[in-house]
Design a binder for this molecule. Structure first.
Ligand SMILES: Nc1ncnc2c1ncn2[C@@H]1O[C@H](COP(=O)(O)OP(=O)(O)OP(=O)(O)O)[C@@H](O)[C@H]1O
Length: 180
């Protein structure tokens, strides 16, 4: 049974915005997780920041972070990411929906993150996640799981998707584990 929604799409097509809109639309549900947004200085992108659904922020990657963990121009603070992850109650069993934005190359450096993603997809709690279009073999394998539905966001469909995907998630939350 499909219990997870994976949003994919070209860079900058609106994946994060879509996840935030869906999370806002599902305000009556208990959602745990995080999204990722750009950090800009003087109009130029300098990194990425994690924002938990309860409003805490932490830098994930920055042009000025010196580390062997690099994606493009950005150094990824893997230890900081894992500290941030430890503060998010992914597995406390009290959430209706788990939100993970995003599953991409930067995040995949973290062994703990990989475990969290697999647990989130395995558990009966529906997961709404974004996933990189090109992220390597392991990330691509996640799209082939039988318990996920992959939705590609484009500039054309991005405004019509929120109500449709909200309804899908409502149905997933309502379906008891083991049904279907
Ligand atoms: N539905 C929309 N209507 C108008 N602008 C949008 C919409 N969705 C996203 N945008 C704008 O497009 C830009 C990229 O959006 P967003 O960060 O959500 O994309 P993304 O796919 O998550 O990007 P990335 O690939 O960097 O993770 C932002 O400036 C955002 O405000």
């Amino acid at each position: 049974m499909i219990r997870n929604l994976l949003i994919t799409g070209m860079p900058g097509t609106g994946k994060t915005t879509l996840v935030r809109r869906i999370a806002d639309g599902l305000a009556g549900y208990r959602a745990v997780g995080f999204y990722t947004q750009e950090l800009r200085e003087a109009g130029r992108r300098v990194g990425f920041e994690l924002v938990s659904l309860d409003g805490r922020r932490r830098v994930l990657a920055h042009t000025e972070i010196e580390t062997p963990f690099r994606v493009g121009r950005y150094g990824v603070d893997v230890a900081g990411f894992e500290e941030f992850l430890a503060s998010v109650p992914f597995t406390a069993g009290e959430a209706d929906i788990i939100v993970i934005d995003e599953i991409g190359k930067m995040e995949w450096f973290s062994h703990r993150f990989r475990e969290i993603v697999r647990e989130a997809l395995d558990t009966a709690t529906p997961c709404l996640a974004t996933i990189a279009l090109k992220g390597g073999r392991e990330i691509e394998a996640l799209r082939l799981r039988r318990d996920v539905r992959v939705v590609e966001v484009t500039r054309t469909n991005r405004d019509s998707l929120p109500p449709v995907l909200e309804e899908d998630l409502r149905r997933m939350v309502a379906a008891p584990p083991g049904s279907g």
